[in-house]
Design a protein around this ligand. Sequence first.
Ligand code: AMP
Length: 115
Amino acid sequence: MSTDPNCIFCRIIAGQIPSRKVFEDDELLVFHDIAPWAPVHVLVIPKLHIATLYELTAEHAPMLGRMLALAPKLMRELGVVNGFRTLINTGEDGRQEVQHVHMHVMGGPRPWAKG
Ligand code: AMP
């Protein structure tokens, strides 16, 4: 599996940087964002190092589907039953800070810090 030793999310996957894990399997990891915008703010990431959505191919489609399908399941488990936002930032103009594909999933009662 492709990993990048300089990538902060690859280092979280490897257990070299601590995270508050919500879900993990062979393909995906979900953990709480360190600077949450909302009462519940998790990041859903593939374990495969893919820098941005630009690098995706048709082969990744099932994995992306799994990422999306996890969002409502985990939000329910985390007590978020009144709606949530999903967001994937891509590239510089998309304000992507971490170069490893990740989907923000944010929910919980408003007001939120951002978003
Ligand atoms: P983006 O701007 O879409 O690239 O978002 C990157 C997100 O990663 C931000 O919301 C950060 O707060 C979050 N983040 C960065 N480092 C960590 C970390 N060590 N643990 C959890 N979340 C992190």
